[in-house]
Write a protein that binds this ligand. Sequence first.
Ligand SMILES: [Zn+2]
Ligand SMILES: [Zn+2]
Length: 467
Amino acid sequence: MILIKGGTVIGPTGATPADVLVVGEQVSAIFSPGQGPAEGDFETIDATGKYVIPGAVDAHTHMELPFGGTFASDTFDTGTRAAAWGGTTTIIDFAVQRTGEVVQDGLAAWHGKAMGNCHIDYAFHMILGGVDDESLKAMDTLVTDEGITSFKLFMAYPGVFYSDDGQILRAMQKARDNGAMIMMHAENGPAIDVLVKQALERGETDPIHHGLTRPEALEAEATSRAIWLAGVAADCPLYIVHLSASKALEQVAAARDLGRNVFAETCPQYLYLTLEDQLGAPGFEGAKWVCSTPLRSKHETHRADLWQGLRTNDLSVVSTDHCPFCFKDQKELGIGDFSKIPNGIGSVEHRVDLLYQGVVDGKLSLARWVETIATTPARMFGLFPRKGIIAPGSDADIVLYDPAARTRIGVETHHMNMDHSAWEGYEIAGKVDTVMSRGRVIVKDGAYHGGKGHGQFVRRGLSDYLI
Ligand SMILES: [Zn+2]
Ligand SMILES: [Zn+2]
């Protein structure tokens, strides 16, 4: 039994001074300050001056993902440990059905990678690399038997994960029937491939051309097309992943205004980093920030629009799309050809801090901070109320956040398996102080007390946002 005393509990409805009693792996009760059990034969954690928030839920990670001839550099062991350091206590990773593979085999491979290796709880979405009769049938099985209730499709990456519009429609119709969520990588891949080829023919090989060949129009077009296709599939639930551009956000907002089952997430990199300042860094340096969708221009309104979208709930969730690659030997695969740079940025450790900076900067309320990093992703993907909230009966995944301390982000201090940081030198006015996962204190006083194998696979239900 542990009593967390003297803190301010933050939930999706606001902030309340309260004490939290944890018994075993769950929250047992919440008391007005000082009204809980008297000091006795149990541990007390002093939360005076700290925010007590639900452990964050990162709904978009790619541990050990095979991509571009290499693998994402974080394993489930290193990646979930880094997540824990940063206050994230649940990840939803993407299991992969490669083209030509049986869906259940891809899922089994992912369980094999994760089982016994995770420091925090984890769940899976399923990437469908090939939509056919067999994989459509597998969607039903995964929803009913495996606790996997969301499926990612790609309008980009022809020849790798790409689905054509007919395949997308069929998967959406299936999702409409079984209640699953379709997650969409919304970029027009065939058109992007033409622009990439033309750029390389002109000798434009630097990392910035990764961004310039993936223009906003091709994200907005694909987002719009996905929304229309979901409409044809009788309003199948649709979740746009890693939305980066103003005009794509406009499409989502318009659909939501019509009452459609359309949702979207963005990621910290799109809220802070830009095409010019990071992707356009001199020489090959910009490769660190090659990700898809790409970073957008600072001369346009993307970042301000995305923050506003978070406030208005047109963007419901912030995930990281954590997909780390080392600079040496991995990002370097693309020297002389930006299209060969593995796509991805590693941020799984930093999302709680980076979004708290939004609170400090007056862009988000405390409640909205907690909602976008914890409560809404839990509700969106069928983990609520077990995850995403501090309430009697929910898992004791709890973070004490210290608004008076500071965090300096960089390769010297981070715990991700990366030889660089996309956030080198960033300073946050706040700090993850203590982290608890299912009642076990895993980070405290700057020391790590967790262990691999503590994290368990969590079966998910259907999204809370549908009736
Ligand atoms: Zn994607
Ligand atoms: Zn991704």
